[in-house]
Design a protein around this ligand. Structure first.
Ligand SMILES: Cc1ncc(C[n+]2csc(CCOP(=O)(O)OP(=O)(O)O)c2C)c(N)n1
Length: 351
């Protein structure tokens, strides 16, 4: 753990690596629910990858496979009315927030039943009613937005917490530090979740980030506490998330959680991934997979059987297949939609 000097208003800024703590507890129901939700993201993303390969999804598409425990653990730590905002690697966050898989898949395929009526695609979906504020393609741009949500909550005097997700690559962006400054100055109830999946597009974190081993410590100059979390373990994520949310609700925000995680697939759909070995990916999959860990716990403790887990998988595949079918048969947006929901000069389409 790096020694961090007291800074700003905090008399003692505590930053730490907590991954080695004793295993946090979840009830069997919670464990089963976490398993189901993570599997939903995994199967959804696998299907999205297939549809992309078939040419049914165009443009950018960034899959979340491998990182499922982060958003599910965090979501389990939140309460109704809390909010989240993230980058373009956003399908898992939308599912975790409770958005309809059909709407998400249809949006990926550019269809009118999509959540942005087929005009936003993978990186631009929103659902304020579910607390999901996007889906942003500009690296780091969602970070000030997340602090803005927190400011609004504080201003309104409600008890809400906003969770702002960004990658370890985005953690090098200047606007992140402007945001840290304001968030700390005003004690905003925001949790900054750095999803450290080790690679920003094609660059390893160790090549691009100074102090790559301790990104949780990046807020210490502003007096922001942080900790490192095993982001491959949904229990540890949930426990850390609950701790961070409680601090924020007690007026002691902001807080940084650095989730150590891993993406199994390429950065986007066309990525030769020459920056890492197949063996590295295989090792993570076989030794740290978040869904396998939950599965083993459920089987080992007798709260599930091979058959009951197969049944869950079958149900989830059914939901995902239905979403994929809908995305294929639904219509493209009408051409009259070209000029709705966008900023456009009135004369731009005349004549
Ligand atoms: C301001 C800006 N610069 C560059 C890009 C191109 N770009 C898209 S994703 C990405 C890597 C970001 O990596 P990270 O923040 O670690 O997130 P991850 O993709 O690993 O989830 C880059 C450089 C962009 N979209 N926006």
């Amino acid at each position: 753990m790096a020694a961090s000097k007291p800074a700003g208003k905090s008399s003692a800024v505590k930053t730490s690596k907590r991954s080695k703590k004793s295993a946090p507890v979840m009830t069997p129901e919670e464990e089963l629910s976490a398993y189901r939700e993570m599997l939903m993201i995994r199967r959804f993303e696998e299907k999205a990858g297939q549809l992309y390969g078939m040419g049914l999804i165009g443009g950018f598409c960034h899959l979340y496979i491998g990182q499922e425990a982060v958003v599910i653990g965090m979501q389990m730590a939140l309460e109704e009315g809390d909010q989240l905002v993230t980058s373009y690697r956003d399908h898992g966050h939308m599912l975790a927030a409770g958005m309809d898989p059909k709407e998400i898949m249809a949006e990926l395929a550019g269809k009118q039943g999509g959540s942005s009526r087929g005009k936003g695609g993978s990186m631009h979906m929103f659902s304020p009613e579910k607390g999901f504020y996007g889906g942003h393609g500009i690296v780091g741009a969602q970070v000030p937005l997340g602090a803005g949500l927190a400011f609004a909550n504080q201003y309104r005097g409600n008890d809400r917490v906003s969770v702002t997700y960004f990658g370890e690559g985005a953690a090098n962006q200047g606007q992140v530090y402007e945001t840290f400054n304001m968030a700390a100055l005003w004690n905003l109830p925001v949790i900054f979740v750095i999803e450290n999946n080790r690679y920003a597009m094609g660059t390893s974190v160790t090549r691009a980030a100074a102090g790559a081993e301790e990104l949780f410590n990046r807020g210490s100059a502003y007096g922001i506490q942080g900790e490192q979390v095993n982001g491959m373990n949904v229990r540890e994520v949930r426990e850390a998330g609950a701790r961070a949310a409680a601090l924020c609700r007690a007026g002691k925000g902001p807080y940084i959680l650095e989730m150590r995680t891993y993406r199994y697939r390429g950065h986007s759909m066309s990525d030769p991934a020459k920056y890492r070995t197949r063996e590295e990916v295989q090792k993570m999959r076989s030794e740290s997979d978040p869904i396998d860990q939950a599965r083993e716990w459920l089987l080992g403790s007798g709260y599930a059987t091979e058959d009951s887990l197969k049944q869950i998988d079958k149900e989830i595949r059914g939901i995902v297949n239905e979403a994929a079918e809908f995305a294929q048969i639904d219509r493209e947006p009408d051409s009259s939609e070209l000029y709705t929901d966008i900023y456009v000069e009135e004369t731009a389409h005349a004549g």
